[in-house]
Design a protein around this ligand. Structure first.
Ligand code: NDP
Length: 262
């Protein structure tokens, strides 16, 4: 039984390690998970079928391609218009979005989150904003440019660019931009970041592999902080349940947490 993650680049992905470790520990001995660097997103589902995969994850930049090509879309992926998990069942490719529920699970550590500011308006922001909307959590999007805001306005989610933005009181601020991933930048001008941090209790960055300037600053100001590691593990654990029908989420995510530290 073969599984894969599609992306470009994809060599950095932790998914093969997390899934293979967990397959092994839970006795799925004929299951194997690999990585596939795709050049052309239009070929994603054809490639999936040609390789007779049983399931796959999809990362940047192919989540919208996967959404367009799956035979059936289930759950919040319909509204997010992006798929990060594909399962082959009854001769059909079925697309899901587990980033959304992975994020929701990861904020269970925070008390009483009722109002959230999301910085960034890309695919990850969509998955998080739609998940929050379905949980009746009031959400605002802040992005450096206007172009990507149309999706959120259509979905009835408040959204501003840097020029129009006025900070309110939030419980949680989430950075979903790649600012700080391969440079030292903040996701918005320092005045805006300082203003936001004086209006929130919790700060969250979806980046998980390094301390970003955003989280470093939040930490210095005494905010409770979280990086994207749990989101990564939880989206993978929900995908694992879809791949294997193994029902124990906590067992899967604990094994993946352990694998992450190896
Ligand atoms: P997209 O390319 O779809 O969107 C990026 C967004 O960030 C855009 O709105 C863009 O603004 C903004 N942006 C990018 N660079 C900067 C910058 N320097 N300053 C301010 N704004 C910036 O990316 P994704 O949403 O797909 O991914 C974003 C991040 O989320 C990645 O780092 C990815 O690794 C991480 N991620 C983590 C996951 C996890 O499980 N922890 C899961 C999925 C993603 P503009 O519109 O103006 O261009």
């Amino acid at each position: 039984m073969l599984f894969a993650i599609y992306g470009n680049p994809v060599s950095h992905s932790k998914s093969p390690h997390l899934h293979n470790f967990t397959f092994l520990k839970l006795g799925f001995l004929d299951y194997c998970y690999t990585r596939i660097k795709l050049e052309n997103g239009n070929e994603l589902v054809d490639n999936f079928k040609k390789l007779k995969l049983l399931g796959a994850n999809v990362t940047v930049p192919f989540k919208e391609d996967a959404f367009r090509q799956c035979d059936e879309i289930v759950g919040l992926a319909k509204e997010i218009k992006a798929v990060n998990t594909i399962v082959y069942k009854n001769n059909k490719t079925i697309g899901y979005n587990t980033d959304s529920i992975g994020f929701l699970k990861s904020i269970e550590d925070f008390d009483n989150v009722k109002k959230v500011l999301i910085i960034g308006a890309g695919g990850t922001a969509k998955a998080i904003a739609i998940a929050l909307k379905h949980n009746n959590i009031q959400t605002t999007i802040l992005n450096r440019s206007k172009e990507k805001l149309a999706y959120f306005k259509e979905a009835g989610i408040k959204s501003d660019d840097w020029n129009d933005f006025k900070a309110e009181d939030y419980d949680l601020v989430v950075n979903t931009t790649s600012a700080g991933l391969s440079d030292d930048s903040l996701p918005a001008p320092i005045e805006i970041i300082n203003n936001i941090f004086s209006h929130t209790k919790y700060a969250y960055d979806v980046i998980y592999n390094k301390p970003t300037p955003f989280l470093t600053k939040a930490n210095e100001l005494g905010l409770t902080c979280k990086n994207g590691k749990d989101m990564l593990i939880f989206q993978a654990a929900f995908a694992f349940m879809l791949f294997s029908d193994y029902p124990e989420f906590n067992r899967i995510s604990n094994l993946m947490k352990y694998a992450m530290e190896l």
